[in-house]
Structure formats: structure tokens, C-alpha cells
Design a protein around this ligand. Structure first.
Ligand code: ZN
Length: 326
């Protein structure tokens, strides 16, 4: 033991998680349920929320596929279908589609960053996130008791040129389509539009994916949480951002233990989950963050050594509150 305990050796990474966990943000459309279950069992993952990226009948089939494999181990989020945004009756149909998804077992619906950047209405006008024609959709979500998850905007670096000065150069070079450089709305404007929707629909539960897209400024995220009790955030794909500011991040978790959801947004894998547990549970210093292959930036992270009551809420209890009881 001795010095090895402080090394980055995978041998000492926690497994399974200290308490059962629900991965509230993942994408399993391309995975095989049996294979995912094996990893879940090894890692202490009680349930995974699959945010399907399919729409229409294919989405319903995906719900059935995971439900058939293990009804208590998976849940499915639907995906906003913009395919016919240019034809009349679209906004009414979005409400009907949400109803249909929930009837078939969906536990929420995700609205992605194409809203605010590329989605245009019948007249050819870029849709704003706070476009009031979407209001009936949010009210329907409240009525059905399912949350709306937003992934709008992204890390600050995605709004900057992809060049040698960009701290996420490798990631953006690998995924140039993730860049917002030159987008019509700047990041803060996109967030402000989202926040207005959350304010306008207090009965609707909203989840801000990726620490509400603004982990760079946890004071901002804290203000949104303070102002809107219907708002929650997940930490998926943002341990790199949280873990390089461990003092602010730990304080954030201690202040909002009931509002933060564990989620990963990464292909289920033993080492991926272990790195999350290491980040949340240990006081280890300067280690690798969980990431997709192209990495997020050239830095490492620090563990938050969260207390047990906070871990229990973030890992599981907060997600259970948002998942429909059936
Ligand atoms: Zn995602």
C-alpha cells in the first residue's frame, strides 16, 4: 500500500459506488441491454435513463426494447421531433407526441441544442428557446408529470474559434460540428431564453443537462436554482469542468444536494463509472476525468469527497423523485 494509494492506479478506484446509483443521463440506442446490465451490476448502477435520440415509432420501439430487457433497470426519455417544424399544425403535434411517448412509458423528453441554433419555423425564422408556441408542450409535461430536459448551449470554449488558443482544441477538432462559433445567439442569451421558459412554467419540472450548460459559473447556476424550485441539473459530461474547481464544486453540491442528478452521458463502461465515483467520493488529487476518446481539455481533476447524505441524494434519491412511479 503506502504510496500506491495516492497513485492513479486503477486498482484503487472505488467500485461499486458507495451507494446504489441511477445514471440519469445516458444514450443507449446503440447498446445491447444485456451487455449494459452486466456493467451496471458490476458498478452498482441500479437504473439507467436512456435518452433515445429516435423519434416517432422508432422511439416507441426503443422504449419497448429496454422495458422488455429489464423494466426496473431502465427508463427512457423521448427526443423532441422537429422533422415537420416547417408544416402547419406542428406545435399542436408536439403536444400529442409527448402524450403518446408518455403513454408508452417515456419518463421525460429532451430538447436539444438544435433549438436556438438551427431549427426554423414555417416562415423560415430561427426558433427562440422561449418561443411561446412551445408553451402548451411544457404545460402538457406538467400535466403528465414528466420533466423536460434541456441541452441548449455548451462549454464556453465551444463559442470561441477552433484554434490553438481554444482550451478544448482537440475535442472541437474531433467534433467541429459541436462548435457554436458564429452562432446567431451567444451563450448567455441562449441560457437567458431557457431561464425565461423555466420561470414561465413553474408547474413543469425542468432538468438542465450538463450542470445547466454553465459549470464554468456555478454562482450563475446557483442563482437559477435559487429562483426556480422546478429546476434541477445533471452533472453528465461535466466532471472535467467541476473537478478542476473542486472548492467551488464541493460547495455547490453541499448547497444544492436535492437538486443535482448523477448522470454520465458516456458509453457504459466499468472504468467510466469508477472515475465518476472517484470524483464524487474520494479526496484524490489530480487524476483523469471520465471522457469520450477525444478528451475535453488538457487538465486533470480533484475529488470532492462528498458526505454520505449528499451522495445518497445525488446518486439516487433525486432521480427517484423525478421518475414516474409505476
Ligand atoms: Zn446527452
Amino acid at each position: 500500500m503506502g504510496t500506491d494509494q495516492n497513485s492513479n492506479s486503477a486498482h484503487y478506484l472505488p467500485l461499486p459506488s458507495k451507494f446504489p446509483a441511477i445514471d440519469y443521463h445516458n444514450h443507449l440506442d446503440a447498446q445491447e441491454p444485456r451487455e449494459v446490465l452486466k456493467i451496471m451490476d458490476q458498478c452498482g448502477i441500479e437504473r439507467v435513463v436512456n435518452i433515445t435520440m429516435l423519434t416517432g415509432d422508432s422511439a416507441l420501439q426503443m422504449i419497448r426494447k429496454y422495458h422488455a430487457a429489464a423494466p426496473n433497470r431502465f427508463a427512457t426519455y423521448g427526443w423532441m421531433d422537429w422533422s415537420d417544424v416547417g408544416s402547419s399544425g406542428f406545435f399542436r403535434r408536439t403536444v400529442e407526441r409527448l402524450e403518446r411517448l408518455v403513454e408508452h412509458g417515456a419518463c421525460g423528453m429532451k430538447i436539444w441544442k438544435d433549438l436556438g441554433t438551427t431549427v426554423r419555423d414555417k416562415a423560415g425564422t430561427l426558433l427562440r428557446i422561449d418561443d411561446d408556441r412551445l408553451d402548451p408542450l411544457y404545460e402538457k409535461a406538467a400535466e403528465l408529470g414528466v420533466p423536460i430536459m434541456y441541452h441548449i448551449a455548451d462549454p464556453d470554449a465551444f463559442f470561441l474559434p477552433i484554434d490553438a488558443n481554444n482550451e478544448r482544441y482537440e475535442e472541437l477538432a474531433a467534433h467541429p460540428e459541436w462548435s457554436y462559433y458564429g452562432s446567431y445567439y451567444g451563450k448567455l442569451e441562449l441560457l437567458a431564453q431557457r431561464d425565461r421558459v423555466i420561470a414561465r412554467h413553474p408547474r413543469t419540472t425542468f432538468v438542465g443537462a450538463h450542470v445547466a450548460e454553465h459549470p464554468e459559473d456555478l454562482a450563475y447556476v446557483g442563482k437559477v436554482l435559487d429562483s426556480h424550485s422546478n429546476f434541477h441539473v445533471d452533472i453528465s459530461a461535466r466532471t472535467a469542468e467541476l473537478g478542476r474547481q473542486p472548492y467551488a464544486a464541493r460547495e455547490f453540491f453541499l448547497k444544492y444536494p436535492d437538486r443535482i442528478l448523477f448522470g454520465t452521458d458516456l458509453i457504459p463502461d466499468v472504468n467510466m463509472y469508477r472515475l465518476h465515483y472517484r470524483f464524487l467520493e474520494t479526496a484524490d488529487e489530480y487524476f483523469e476525468y471520465p471522457s469520450h476518446a477525444s478528451r475535453q481539455g488538457r487538465w486533470n481533476i480533484y475529488g470532492l469527497f462528498l458526505p454520505d447524505d449528499v451522495l445518497r441524494k445525488v446518486y439516487r434519491h433525486n432521480a427517484l423523485r423525478l421518475l414516474p412511479r409505476r
